[in-house]
Design a binder for this molecule. Structure first.
Ligand code: PRP
Ligand code: MG
Length: 212
């Protein structure tokens, strides 16, 4: 029998809650994430542990059928990918932040400024919509350190508790978008696997209802 191929974040904030959701849905996953691929013993599903940023492309290519992923990643890299379900965890926002010492007057302050970010498309679109052009510096992690080391005037990154901004002497000045984990579906999913997906969704929906 065919199995539904589910992408889950390999490590990071989504990983634990994603596996917990599957567990609460009565789906047991056999081995640890060292395997990168693990099957369920009681549901026709296998989990692929992948890097967040790679997941939209895997969905697009039909290498995986569905993914538990942050909306923020889809907005940045997978606007063509369909969301089947909002999952209610890993809530965060994608925001612009500047050093605490800087007096902030409004979005126009970003004109011509250097912004370090892992979300270049999101920032680019947001600023362009507001008629502002800035110089983006793309980095993949520890973005909040950039202003302190003279790499950028500002940053754009995920904010959850706000503690990373606080520790780096930054303040959040614009919220560009709100995000949470979602169940995303490949445009190439087969009809056979779509049937498994509806069973999975049915289970997920009852878990989410019970959590409310
Ligand atoms: C993420 C994100 C922010 C931080 C936000 O980084 O990039 O830096 O969490 O969370 P907070 O508001 O609760 O502090 P992460 O720790 O995953 O590391 P990375 O950026 O180096 O990948
Ligand atoms: Mg970070």
């Amino acid at each position: 029998m065919k199995k539904l191929r589910v992408a889950v974040q390999k490590s990071g904030r989504l990983n634990e809650d994603s596996l917990k959701l599957l567990k609460d849905a009565g789906i047991s996953i056999d081995n640890g994430k060292e395997q990168l691929k693990a099957a369920s013993a009681n549901f026709p599903l296998e989990v692929f542990y992948l890097r967040n940023g790679d997941i939209p492309q895997y969905l697009r290519d039909g290498v995986v059928d569905v993914a538990i992923i942050g909306e923020n990643v889809l907005i940045e890299k997978g606007e063509d990918i369909i969301t089947a379900e909002k999952l209610g965890f890993s809530k965060c926002r994608v925001s612009l932040a500047v050093p605490k010492s800087v007096k902030y007057n409004g979005l126009q302050d970003f004109e011509g400024k250097k912004i370090a970010t892992s979300y270049p498309n999101t920032v680019q679109n947001y600023l362009a919509k507001n008629g502002i052009s800035a110089d983006l510096h793309i980095i993949n992690g520890s973005v909040e350190i950039a202003p302190n080391i003279g790499l950028a005037d500002a940053i754009c990154d995920i904010v959850s508790s706000g503690s990373t901004l606080f520790k780096n002497n930054l303040k959040e000045v614009e919220v560009m978008l709100q995000s949470e984990a979602v169940l995303a579906v490949s445009p190439l999913i087969s009809s056979e696997r779509k049937e498994i997906l509806s069973k999975l969704q049915f289970r997920i929906q009852s878990v989410l209802r019970a959590r409310k």
